[in-house]
Design a protein around this ligand. Structure first.
Ligand code: ZN
Length: 116
């Protein structure tokens, strides 16, 4: 399961990054998931719910997933275009561009902790 391994790798990353005490006060994980990242937010939420069954200590930690749009930056004029309907064309100079600068990534954007 693709999404299950993503959940595991997110948790592994956090466990390496933060002390146990800090992890216990964690209340939300915010992810940014690009439309080209091959990650389906709904399936990721399901995998995260399933993860809680074997890891109840994260039960109160919410997972927030924000889908990021696809953006390209033109190699000719540097203009940044929001790609609509997979049309990879600079809106400023009408040239095709494959220089994707957002939309392929899956990253941990923010972690929320309880107030100390
Ligand atoms: Zn351009």
């Amino acid at each position: 399961m693709h999404e299950t391994s993503i959940v595991n790798s997110i948790i592994n990353t956090l466990e390496m990054e933060f002390e146990e005490e800090k992890l216990n006060s964690m209340k939300a994980i915010h992810l940014k998931v690009g439309v080209l990242s091959n990650v389906e937010p709904r399936l990721l939420q399901n995998a995260y719910s399933a993860f809680h069954l074997s890891n109840p200590k994260y039960e109160n930690v919410d997972l927030h997933i924000e889908s990021t749009t696809l953006k390209i930056q033109c190699e000719i004029c540097d203009h940044i275009t929001d790609v609509q309907n997979y049309r990879f064309i600079c809106e400023n100079c009408d040239r095709p561009s494959k220089n994707v600068i957002q939309g392929e990534e899956m990253l941990i954007h923010k972690i929320e902790f309880e107030d100390q």
